[in-house]
Design a protein around this ligand. Structure first.
Ligand SMILES: CC(C)(COP(=O)(O)OP(=O)(O)OC[C@H]1O[C@@H](n2cnc3c(N)ncnc32)[C@H](O)[C@@H]1OP(=O)(O)O)[C@@H](O)C(=O)NCCC(=O)NCCS
Length: 173
């Protein structure tokens, strides 16, 4: 096993990615606005590109949390999905995603319509977790996001442990 400490750090900007897409009538829900699942797919795609770039190889989605939809997305909106690596562990990375939308044919400012945090695990050819380079935050905002990601990580682990402990007390269910 490679010691992750031995892997050189990689700056946040090296893998930061934006995925843009114009929404069409094929992507609507019964209300006529864009289906949330379509946005989630774009979020997963953009985050996956960042995870692959940061880790230098394949990476799989381990979890997605705090997916927030702030405003409806409409047919004809040009959606920009901005993603960056907020935090790295030994084999996992938290990718933060911000979703912006603007009318495709107007020069009005883009509005934030959603956000999400995803954990990706870098995997080898057998699908087993492999070490990732430590992310090197470059700006004050990157450093704040790193610290916030660490808080989310602590909460995810604590929540999982607490639920497993509780289930251990109900083995016959
Ligand atoms: C994600 C996966 C590789 C983890 O494998 P595992 O055998 O549980 O390995 P580990 O427990 O060592 O976890 C690997 C890393 O992922 C993190 N991780 C695993 N499950 C997680 C979860 N539910 N939430 C957050 N992080 C998670 C671990 O904390 C660990 O991070 P670290 O090394 O930085 O500390 C495995 O569960 C998997 O392949 N899942 C399917 C992924 C997939 O197919 N996604 C696409 C959806 S169709």
């Amino acid at each position: 096993m490679i010691d992750p400490v031995a892997l050189p750090g990689k700056p946040t900007s090296a893998s930061r990615t934006t995925l843009s897409h114009i929404m069409t009538a094929n992507e609507t829900n019964l209300l006529g606005t864009v289906h949330g699942g379509v946005i989630m797919k774009l979020v997963d795609d953009a985050a996956g590109a960042v995870a692959g770039r940061h880790s230098g190889g394949p990476a799989v989605t381990a979890s997605m949390d705090e997916m927030v939809f702030l405003l409806p997305v409409r047919v004809g909106d040009l959606v920009h999905v901005h993603a960056q690596c907020n935090w790295t562990g030994r084999t996992s990375m938290e990718i933060g995603v911000r979703v912006m939308a603007e009318r495709w044919n107007e020069s009005t400012p883009a509005q934030q319509v959603g956000s999400a945090y995803l954990v990706f695990a870098a995997v080898d050819a057998e699908g087993d977790p492999r070490p990732v380079p430590p992310v090197v935050p470059e700006t004050e905002r990157d450093r704040r996001r790193f610290q916030e990601a660490q808080i989310r990580r602590t909460h995810r682990l604590a929540r999982r442990r607490a639920i497993l402990e509780l289930r251990g007390k109900h083995p016959d269910e």
